[in-house]
Design a protein around this ligand. Structure first.
Ligand code: NDP
Ligand code: PYC
Length: 333
């Protein structure tokens, strides 16, 4: 199926409205899933509408929560999402975070009590548009075994970074701390495809290429002990530090329903202008040299594929599997 970006947005918003979200929530979540589809991040594109609706129908997710902002320190803002999706809380808190980062040089946003499924590049990229660098991290449900273990404990715990580049799209990377996002395994399962070696173990702790076995077993961290340690850090910084749930606690809260994880998200914004004082322009120019050296070796920048996909989608619209399209249409209650 080929849909224009407007058609994809209208369909997504309709599905969410007809499943009980108010205008603000439906718009924020629809923008997020269409952005994923547009940038060919299929695991976090319109496919996510299925689990969003499952969450709404479970009665656990609030589709009309009003996020509550708490200005808790000069460099910290906390927003309680009140059991709504993270996107609305992020939208509401962004101006405060950016203002604080500009004032203090560095500021943190703690999003609490949110259902979270989105790709984190969306948030760090939005912050880079305001001229601040940013990192973001969040747990999920217990899907990933620690290096050396065989049972799921960590979430797929994504980590994202953006660096603003005057006059050009920001430098952005964003990855799960598992070898691949769980959404990739779910999509392989839907298509009846095998998953590559090294992604996951089955329930008995043996390596598997079968996505269904992998979903019931344990995913593996990227980079062995290194990804495992990063994943543990994300559990701690976006969990207990924020007074929110870790992946195993989110999983327990889910109670086997299988909806989107609920927990916190930590976003830290840095103002290059504030750090550098009068030297900001020169520092930006030096940062550009680094990126030029990367590309100069024939390597590509992270997000380059995504930005190219975005341009194509603006011209041609987005593609959806026929079966996924039909499933999404059927969700219009
Ligand atoms: P990928 O492994 O597909 O990509 C990770 C990053 O590496 C991207 O920035 C990508 O850029 C870049 N990249 C890939 N190949 C190259 C290359 N050859 N050279 C340079 N850079 C490269 O992502 P994951 O599967 O790990 O994660 C996918 C998404 O899932 C993320 O957006 C993440 O936020 C999301 N996620 C969300 C979770 C949640 O709880 N909310 C949990 C887990 C994941 P490009 O996109 O341009 O290829
Ligand atoms: O793809 O790993 C994933 C994921 C978990 C929560 C949202 N996405």
């Amino acid at each position: 199926m080929q849909l224009s970006l407007d058609e994809a947005y209208a369909l997504s918003r309709d599905v969410l409205l007809s499943n009980g979200m108010n205008e603000q929530h439906a718009a924020a979540v629809a923008r997020s899933v269409v952005a994923g589809q547009r940038d060919e991040c299929h695991s976090h594109g319109m496919y996510r509408l299925l689990v969003c609706v499952k969450g709404m129908r479970s009665g656990k997710v609030s589709g009309d929560a009003v996020p509550e902002i708490h200005d808790i320190a000069p460099g910290i803002v906390r927003v309680d999402a009140k059991s709504g999706f993270s996107q609305v809380a992020f939208d509401v808190a962004t101006p405060v975070l950016v203002r604080k980062a500009r004032e203090c040089g560095i500021a943190a946003l703690s999003i609490n009590n949110c259902y979270h499924f989105s790709a984190l590049w969306q948030e760090v990229e939005a912050l880079a548009e305001h001229g601040v660098a940013a990192i973001a991290m969040t747990p999920s449900h217990s899907y990933v075994a620690p290096a050396g273990g065989k049972k799921p404990l960590f979430g797929t715990n994504p980590f994202a970074f953006a660096w603003p580049r005057p006059g050009t799209p920001p430098f952005v990377f964003d990855f799960a701390t598992s070898v691949a996002a769980r959404g990739e395994i779910e999509l392989a399962h839907r298509k009846g495809e095998k998953i590559p070696d090294g992604w996951a173990l089955d329930r008995d702790g043996h390596p598997t290429n079968d996505p269904q076995e992998a979903l019931q077993g344990a995913m593996l961290p990227f980079g062995l002990h290194k990804g495992s340690a990063l994943s543990a850090m994300i559990e701690l910084l976006a969990g207990p530090l924020l007074g929110d749930l870790m992946s195993f606690e989110s999983q327990a809260r889910d109670g086997g329903i299988g909806i989107t994880p609920i927990h916190g998200e930590l976003i830290i914004a840095f103002s290059p202008d504030r750090f550098a004082g009068g030297d900001a322009q020169e520092n930006h120019a030096r940062a550009e040299l680094l990126l030029q050296h990367i590309v100069g070796q024939g390597a590509r920048l992270p997000s380059q594929r995504r930005f190219a996909a975005r341009i194509k989608s603006f011209e041609e619209g987005v593609r959806l599997d026929e079966s996924l399209y039909q499933e999404i249409c059927a969700l219009r209650a």
